[in-house]
Design a protein around this ligand. Structure first.
Ligand SMILES: NC(=O)C1=CN([C@@H]2O[C@H](COP(=O)(O)OP(=O)(O)OC[C@H]3O[C@@H](n4cnc5c(N)ncnc54)[C@H](O)[C@@H]3O)[C@@H](O)[C@H]2O)C=CC1
Ligand SMILES: O=C(O)CCC(=O)C(=O)O
Length: 414
């Protein structure tokens, strides 16, 4: 039978498994098996050449039993309705795992910002906010950055929303520039959270960070800062990649040099002649592998060839359900996306709290609070996995879904 590469249906299956293990009945699965709201919008943009192009965008709001929904917005040619649904469900799980007062959401636009001018990207960002404005807001649904979106795009979106709402609504969106109410530490938060998970997983497997060989797929917000943190911790980053290829040096790559040369879309390999493919990168001999790019990268086809002892998912959905089973059966410790990448939304929550109170924290305060959240989350998931003898993904889903399920139950929805 062909492997299920559909992110939405494969997520549904794990959620059902987690709810069964927690003892909920079919009604709870009926509620949580897809988003409560799924918005599709069309955004007309006058391009630089004077022609009009109409882009399709989405906002999926999975469940708001716990509180407002929260999740990033991606600009990518492969954005699809099913991908948005799955990503919104993962946000519910993430918020549950790190115990935030949110449900999950996700948004996206089918576009390739690498082929667009800054003026066109700004019009598209503002058009998207106008299109979804009735459904989002600081107490309803709070967007943030994701693949190929950044703090500048968050600033344009916040400005557009502020013009429609009362002037200045910093709590409408997170991942903003610091001068517009962004939080210290948000830009590096996803990588910080992944770093904590890498270190905790390494302890469990008796691997010393000093000298550990690390491979990272993706050199954008998550991957590039992670490479920096890893090399600062004494590890040897022997492979990195972007959408165009990968770099490999068994003696360790010069991460500061690569960071300096990457562009705002996380592209750097185009500057080099000796590259390998993303698939070859994933199969390199290393201690720790971190997929930090896109979905469905480790599948039943290549899971047998992964040589790392630990896989930590910085990206959302890089490993299929079948590959998760293969890796776990092979004794590889897999730290799943909904746990490993939860640092971003955690500091987004801190940003929203600071916006709401109008009082701002130092980077040390933010990092200290993030560290406590991530360590507690890792311990909770690891304990469930070991005591129940189940894989870390199912354990993370069990920890993550419980808060929303209980909130829905207390509200009398189920
Ligand atoms: N930015 C954030 O705060 C968070 C990001 N994530 C996840 O981390 C992953 C990466 O996101 P960011 O670093 O924010 O995005 P980014 O846009 O900053 O970087 C994306 C990286 O992936 C590479 N890439 C894109 N398409 C690719 C392909 N087809 N094959 C191989 N590489 C490809 C790009 O070249 C770039 O290096 C995504 O799965 C995202 O959902 C998860 C939690 C929070
Ligand atoms: O920072 C946020 O609110 C959401 C981040 C996000 O989209 C994710 O964790 O996938």
């Amino acid at each position: 039978m062909a492997e299920n590469l559909n992110l939405f249906t494969s997520t549904q299956a794990v959620i059902q498994d987690a709810l069964n293990k927690l003892g909920y009945d079919e009604g709870m699965f009926e509620l949580l098996k897809e988003p409560l709201r799924m918005l599709e919008v069309r955004i007309p943009i006058k391009m630089d050449d004077g022609k009009v192009k109409v882009y399709t965008g989405y906002r999926a709001q999975h469940n708001d039993a716990v509180g407002p929904t929260k999740g990033g917005v991606r600009f990518h040619p492969e954005v699809s309705e099913d991908e948005m649904k799955a990503l919104s469900m993962w946000m519910t799980l993430k918020c549950g795992i790190v115990d935030l007062p949110y449900g999950g959401a996700k948004g996206g636009i089918i576009c390739d910002p690498r082929q667009m001018s800054m003026a066109e990207i700004e019009k598209l960002s503002r058009g998207y906010v106008r299109a979804i404005s009735q459904f989002v807001g600081p107490t309803k649904d709070i967007p943030a950055p994701d693949v190929f979106t950044n703090s500048q795009i968050m600033a344009w979106m916040m400005d557009e929303y502020s013009r429609m709402d009362e002037f200045n609504s910093p709590g409408f969106i997170t991942g903003k520039p610091i001068v517009l109410g962004g939080s210290q530490g948000r830009e590096r938060a996803t990588a910080q959270g992944v770093t904590i998970c890498v270190e905790e997983a390494a302890k469990k497997r008796g691997i010393e960070m000093n000298g550990a060989r690390i491979v990272i797929q993706g050199f954008g917000n998550a991957g590039s800062f992670l490479a920096k943190f890893m090399s600062d911790a004494g590890a040897k980053v022997i492979g990195i990649s972007d959408a165009y290829g990968a770099l490999h040096d068994p003696d360790g790559l010069d991460i500061d040099y690569l960071l300096d040369r990457r562009d705002s879309f996380g592209t750097v390999t185009t500057l080099f002649e000796n590259t390998i493919s993303n698939q070859e990168l994933l199969e390199l001999d290393c201690d720790i592998l971190v997929p930090a790019a896109i979905e469905n990268q480790i599948t039943a086809e290549n899971a047998h060839k992964i040589k790392a002892s630990i896989v930590v998912e910085a990206a959302n959905g890089p490993t299929t359900t079948e590959a998760t089973k293969i890796l776990t059966d092979r004794g590889i410790l897999l730290v799943p996306d909904v746990l490993a990448s939860a640092g971003g939304v955690t500091v987004s929550y801190f940003e929203w709290v600071q916006n709401n109170q109008g009082y701002y924290w130092t980077e040390e305060e933010v990092n200290d609070k993030l560290y406590k959240k991530m360590i507690t989350a890792f311990d909770n998931v690891y304990t469930v996995a070991t005591t129940r003898n189940i894989n870390m993904r199912l354990a993370a889903y069990m920890v993550g879904v419980r808060k929303t399920a209980e909130a829905a139950r207390f509200r009398g929805w189920v």
